[in-house]
Design a protein around this ligand. Structure first.
Ligand code: SAH
Length: 458
């Protein structure tokens, strides 16, 4: 089977730099399942084409598999011929740098959308050419999926896929990495617990907005219910958080906040509570673009600062905002940004003294809150936890907000002071914390302050 990537961006031979492969050579790589070759059938200034060929050893494949299915099924399958999850494995290995969107020699080009034409054949298209279209077209591709004839002349389940579009090469590769296994009906050779990580790492940004997101997660994870649920949770949480995007329409919250600057107030207050707690390490859970992290960095007692967020995009911005790894930025071992979800236990947080969840819980589906509680208040073992969330009592004071509406389109709920207190008291009691609740911002006599803040200590 083969995959070809061509560009007419000029000089087209820059494709070699982007893929980190010299167009004049054949690049051979050994894999557990066989061998792959990258070569350039065409390498001119006007057009350059790189081909990835996979030579799969069916015997190795079976040997490495250690499964007990029907023997016949193991030997008589399409692995050696068809594009499959193995192609994704090879892509990730052979073009890792390009997939990461980095290029030593041509970074501006790696950051740019360039005209690309990609061919994959034969591609097993379980779900038909129509599904192929539904998967790739929303990502900006012009899709041609032609059914390949069988020797008997009957239509087969394989297609020759051609994609044309102007995209960043890294995005194009991540589309292939995630979507080829989705079209491959056969078992993956690599479905495991880290599949969720892979799916999110490679597809996070575009996948959370994809109209076929659920189908993709389900098929990618082959209906393994637990993994599927985990992926969906995290994708849903990764949906663009309106208000943090520059181009997002101004929401009532943004308008009011711009006036009162409450976001600064609550970030300052959260940082002050962390400082007073005497913590030497802290995790900012749902750190967004790093506004609290910036404040925490100013506290010399904090030797280890973690920023955790489900959104890769936010983490990228946080990294930029904090100048991580850049001159003038913080010491490399002091701050770590981690992609992760608050609904899953994360050993990387172990041994951290304090945690902050500033304007995060209201972004979580109410039926997932108990999972967040178990992780953050249960297993993580923080001694101090600061939680802030909007005070819904205050919403009546917003001109632009109709009754019962939320301040922000991504909020799953907004609690009154009574509701927040009920939740916080129950959580504190279940996990052995003391609790203090306060308002942040100028309080209204009847409706309280704009933001409510709880400190849990133990
Ligand atoms: N604390 C930041 C950002 C608040 S916006 C600030 O005050 O500026 C809420 C953030 O929570 C977003 O960045 C969103 O990506 C993140 N988030 C939402 N659900 C999450 C989950 N389940 N796990 C991890 N992060 C989550």
């Amino acid at each position: 089977m083969f995959l070809s990537i061509a560009t007419t961006h000029q000089p087209a031979t820059d494709l070699g730099y982007l893929l980190m492969k010299h167009p004049g050579r054949v690049h051979e790589t050994e894999h557990a399942f066989g061998r792959s070759y990258v070569l350039f059938p065409e390498a001119g200034a006007d057009r350059c084409e790189a081909v990835l060929l996979l030579e799969i050893d069916p015997i190795e494949l079976v040997r490495g598999r250690g499964q007990t299915e029907g023997l016949l099924d193991q030997y008589v399958n399409d692995r050696p011929y068809a594009a499959s999850s193995l192609l994704s494995v090879a892509l990730n290995r052979v073009f890792r740098t390009a997939m990461a969107g980095t290029s030593r020699e041509r970074q501006p080009l790696a950051d740019s959308a360039i005209p690309l034409e990609i061919t994959v054949r034969p591609l097993p298209a379980q779900g038909g050419a129509e599904l192929v279209e539904r998967l790739f077209a929303p990502l900006g591709w012009q899709v041609t999926a032609a059914a390949l004839p069988t020797p008997a002349g009957t239509p087969s389940r394989y297609v020759a896929l051609t994609l044309a579009g102007t995209l960043r090469l890294a995005d194009a590769l991540s589309h292939l990495y995630v979507l080829i296994p989705v079209l491959d009906s056969d078992k993956h050779y690599w479905v495991g617990d880290d599949e969720v990580e892979k799916l999110l790492a490679k597809g996070g940004a575009w996948l959370s907005a994809h109209p076929e997101r659920d189908t993709i997660a389900r098929r990618y994870l082959k209906d393994r219910r637990k993994l599927y649920r985990a992926a969906l949770d995290r994708l849903a949480a990764a949906e663009p958080e309106a208000g943090t995007e520059d181009e997002a329409p101004l929401q009532p919250e943004a308008i009011v906040e711009a006036r009162l600057n409450t976001h600064d107030l609550r970030l300052d207050r959260a940082a002050e509570i962390i400082r007073q707690s005497g913590a030497t390490s802290v995790a900012d859970l749902g750190c967004g673009e790093g506004k609290l992290l910036r404040r925490l960095l100013k506290l010399p007692a904090l030797g280890r600062i973690l920023g955790v967020d489900v959104s890769v995009q936010s983490l990228r911005r946080a990294s930029e905002n904090l100048k991580l790894g850049l001159p003038g930025g913080p010491r490399a071992d002091r701050v770590t940004l981690l992609q992760g979800a608050l609904t899953y236990r994360d050993p990387r947080w172990a041994g951290t003294d304090a945690a902050a969840l500033v304007e995060v819980i209201e972004h979580i589906e109410p039926d997932r809150l108990p999972a967040v509680e178990a992780v953050v208040f249960g297993s993580a073992g923080f001694r101090t936890i600061v939680v802030t969330t909007p005070n819904a009592d205050y919403n009546v004071l917003f001109d632009g907000l109709s009754a019962g509406a939320f301040r922000h389109s991504d909020h799953r709920f907004e609690w009154t002071r009574a509701q927040f207190r009920d939740w916080a008291e129950a959580v504190a009691a279940r996990h052995g914390y003391s609790l203090e609740i306060e308002g942040v911002g100028e309080p209204h006599a009847e409706h309280g302050a704009l933001t409510q803040l709880a400190v849990f200590r133990r």
